[in-house]
Design a protein around this ligand. Structure first.
Ligand code: F6R
Length: 369
């Protein structure tokens, strides 16, 4: 039940910190990842030479983040594919391919069909799912549950951060199993994960009212663009999807490096662009590149809303508005940066007088192909 909240979506966004915390709970010990639910895949996980993540919508964006982490930590190539594209293009699969499906509902027909197809063609299958006893886990060799709790609002929010958390746990588990990270590195990444719930609380607390104001003055905006690089790119895609489905506004997410290959032609005076800015602290950070992307669009009249780390002063002269998030190591930043975008989608829909829990034309679980 809504328990006094104005909408399920608002309640579920406020539960994002808890969704991460519960998905981590009981899954590590003494700085190591412990996932007994993957025991049946123990031998397989040592032998696989490829991971394919299949999912739709928001779950696919979580999968894209999983790719960055699994490749970085476990050094296994990862492809991320939309379930409905994967299933119908004669993909190359064998016993050394691990197919990881990601689904909140566990009932998405496109993903279910893709999982069955993968199993029939010799791949091993792991389900990352939020719904106990649903169909996709039952059809898979193993399941790693996210513990976001029931998600009622049609647009996915807390399930997304829980899915990313589960994929990161899988990445660390694979790295342990295959010896690609030493114990100290695994422990350090686990600490980063465990620090997220408090940081997420800070974001929900600090960003909400400013974003509500922004959404209010933007309520008749026709188009919003989202830019990010590296792990900021899936966040940009997620921000755009939320705006389409909740506020019925044309929205696009781009990899910022792609701007000059086409999308920059869209920039005209007044165009609102959200930019996910990486932390400047990391020496290999893409921060300078993103700041120069901001300068390019600013020079063409874009109104820039930056999502940037607390203390990043370099971005201030170039942005019309800065939404602050706490510091996190690069792979963990997207979990924080996505929250203001979830809030923005919801607030813009509310500013337009729309039903945020039940957007038009959509169903919570898509049980037809
Ligand atoms: C977006 C959204 C959808 C779902 C997608 C997959 O906010 O909710 O894009 O993420 O339909 O659903 P599941 O995760 O249930 O397979």
């Amino acid at each position: 039940e809504k328990g006094g909240w104005p909408s399920f979506m608002k309640k579920e966004i406020s539960e994002e910190p808890e969704a991460v915390a519960k998905t981590l709970l009981g899954r590590s010990h003494d700085g190591a990842v412990t996932l007994p639910e993957l025991d049946s895949l123990h031998d397989v996980l040592g032998e696989i030479n490829r991971v394919v993540v299949i999912a739709c919508g928001t779950a696919a964006y979580a999968g894209m983040l999983g790719k960055y982490a699994i490749e970085a930590w476990a050094r296994i190539p990862v492809d991320v594919e939309l379930s409905h594209e994967f299933r119908y293009r004669d993909p190359v699969l064998d016993g050394r391919t691990l197919v990881v499906s990601v689904s909140q509902s566990g009932e998405t027909m496109d993903t279910l069909m893709a999982v069955k197809y993968a199993a029939q063609h010799g791949a091993r299958t792991l389900s990352i799912c939020n719904t106990q006893g649903s169909t996709i886990p039952r059809e898979s060799d193993a399941v790693l549950y996210t513990h976001a709790g029931p998600e009622v609002a049609v647009a996915s929010t807390k399930a997304f951060v829980a899915q990313v958390t589960a994929l990161y746990l899988l990445g660390l588990h694979l790295a342990q199993r295959r010896g690609t990270l030493d114990g100290a590195h695994v422990a350090a990444q686990l600490t980063e994960l465990q620090n997220l719930p408090d940081k997420l609380d800070q974001v929900v607390e600090s960003a909400s009212s400013r974003i509500a104001e922004l959404a209010h003055w933007m309520s008749d905006t026709q188009s919003v663009l989202f830019l990010g690089r590296h792990v900021g790119y899936p966040v940009a895609l997620e921000g755009a999807l939320k705006l389409k489905e909740l506020a019925y506004i044309h929205a696009e997410g781009f990899a910022a490096g792609e701007l000059k290959h086409g999308p920059i032609a869209l920039i005209e005076p007044g165009q609102i662009v959200f930019v996910i800015v990486p932390s400047p602290r990391d020496p290999s950070s893409l921060h300078p590149k993103v700041v120069s992307n901001i300068q390019e669009i600013r020079a063409r009249g874009a109104r820039v809303i930056a999502i940037a780390e607390i203390g990043d002063v370099a971005v201030v002269p170039f942005a019309d508005e800065v939404i602050r998030i706490p510091f996190a190591a690069p792979l963990f930043e997207p979990l924080l940066a996505v929250v203001p975008l979830h809030i923005f989608g919801m607030e813009l829909a509310m500013a337009k007088g729309l039903d945020v829990d039940q957007p038009r034309n959509l169903a919570k679980s898509v049980t037809v192909e």
